[in-house]
Design a protein around this ligand. Structure first.
Ligand SMILES: [Fe+2]
Length: 442
């Protein structure tokens, strides 16, 4: 032992091992932080700066904005709170890259994000690197107490980054779809396509009182709780998603012009928007084509149908003599389903034909496309949003939206859970959204 070490007042052994455990947890969290942050950059690897600044509709944000906003999250909720004397290099970013957190200050208008040519994409990337370095320094030097305070917010920031990875993918798809050159985001991975889709089966569930919501082990969003008991009457659920081929039958039955299948608001929307097919579909001389992140190609009938509004999902279910499941039915049915499927890590960026389901439960329920449920997005019994800016994360959106379950080909497999509640307004179509049918007992 050297002199310097001998002169140090050592902490008691218990405190010492606590510090070491905190340091190991900090290193694990930092590794995860970098893994997720790097994947965002990896998703952009084939994009040119010109691709990264376009906002095609107000729902879509430019890639550059996603790169900067996810960084702003760590700067605002971690560095400004816990790094003593922290000063923003460019304080104006707080205004430009705040999304909707009123308690964190004023923000730039969402629908005008595409008008912001500065900072450049290069500067946005530099902003990322600078904040990442500060997070490195802060976390590496954190003692047990500080680490315990920061860990939940860092974990929230990592999950927030994954949500924006999904938006980045769906948003660049919408941007590229506007371009007559049909740019390719990523070359298609060729998979063996089954000759024909396996027939759909309806798996029956008896009435039961079930536990709904997250049990508190590991990370979850506040909208997944409180866990509570719910009575789920008997129902049956389809063993796989509705396919493109099945949806073409719905189109060919003239269903986009038959009001009897549609909700009133849906019928109004179909007529106003002149919808005749899912988003990104075009009929050329009697053949359906669709724009994908791997370019423009004929619609593959065995793939799950996607880019549908809630209105179209509901109308399809009516036409098929079925209905959409409730979120409670979905959560119950997914009880023993492994979280396996086609996620963003596969880098296919497109739904895949369903795998043949096993007999005992409704088959694969995660990945490919988010499944519309007929449940309005509302608080579970006893839910209260936390005070402060982060309380704005989910709670204030619990109005006029529907719950979607299961994740998509743009969702991280490490991000999705059985209790995960995604939500969108019923007319939205630019996410990877699809249909699984349910039935009441006959
Ligand atoms: Fe965000």
């Amino acid at each position: 032992m050297n002199q310097g070490a001998a002169a140090t007042i050592n902490p008691p052994p218990a405190a010492h091992s606590r510090e070491r455990a905190a340091s190991e947890r900090a290193q694990t969290l930092l590794a995860r932080f970098h893994e997720v942050r790097n994947f965002t950059v990896e998703l952009c690897r084939d994009l040119e700066p010109e691709d990264c600044v376009v906002q095609s509709i107000p729902d879509v944000s430019p890639t550059k904005w996603h790169l900067a906003h996810t960084t702003w999250f760590f700067e605002t909720f971690v560095l400004k709170k816990w790094l003593p004397g922290y000063q923003s290099e460019i304080p104006e970013y707080a205004y430009l890259f705040n999304s909707y957190y009123n308690a964190a200050g004023d923000m730039h208008r969402r629908d005008l994000r595409g008008l912001i040519s500065r900072p450049t994409v290069k500067e946005a990337r530099r902003y990322r690197s600078s904040i990442d370095s500060s997070i490195d320094n802060l976390l590496s030097g954190a003692d047990e107490k500080l680490f315990s305070e920061m860990e939940p917010i860092m974990t929230l920031g990592i999950n927030h980054e994954q949500q924006h990875q999904e938006l980045l993918v769906t948003d660049i798809k919408h941007v590229f779809a506007q371009n007559p050159l049909h740019p390719i985001f990523r070359e298609r991975k060729i998979d063996l396509v089954p000759d024909k889709t396996s027939p759909v089966k309806f798996v029956e569930f008896d009435e039961a009182t079930v536990e709904i919501g997250h049990d508190g082990s590991g990370f979850s969003y506040d909208n997944e709780g409180p866990r509570h008991r719910a009575l789920v009457p008997a129902f049956s659920l389809a063993s796989r998603l509705v396919t493109n081929g099945e949806f073409i039958e719905f189109i060919e039955a003239g269903s986009y012009t038959r009001p009897e299948f549609w909700l009133s608001l849906g019928w109004m929307t179909v007529n106003e928007q002149r919808w005749q097919a899912p988003l990104y579909w075009i009929n050329r001389e009697g053949t359906w084509w669709n724009f994908t992140l791997s370019g423009f190609r004929p619609v593959e009938e065995s793939e799950p149908v996607t880019h549908l509004s809630y209105f179209e999902a509901d109308a399809y279910a009516n036409w098929a003599g079925a209905r959409l499941p409730t979120e409670f039915e979905w959560e119950r049915a997914a009880d023993d389903c492994p979280i396996e499927g086609n996620f963003v890590e596969n880098e296919r960026f497109h739904p895949q034909p369903p795998v043949t389901p096993p007999d005992r439960h409704p088959g694969q329920m995660f990945g490919d496309v988010w499944e519309w449920t007929r449940s309005a997005y509302s608080p579970y019994p006893g839910y209260r949003a936390e005070p402060g800016a982060l309380g704005e994360y989910n709670g204030k959106f619990m109005c006029n939206q529907y719950v979607l379950r299961g994740g998509s080909c743009a969702t991280s497999g490490s991000h999705i859970r059985r209790t995960y509640r995604n939500f969108f307004q019923p007319e939205k179509r630019w996410q990877f959204t699809g249909i699984r049918l349910a039935h009441d007992p006959s």
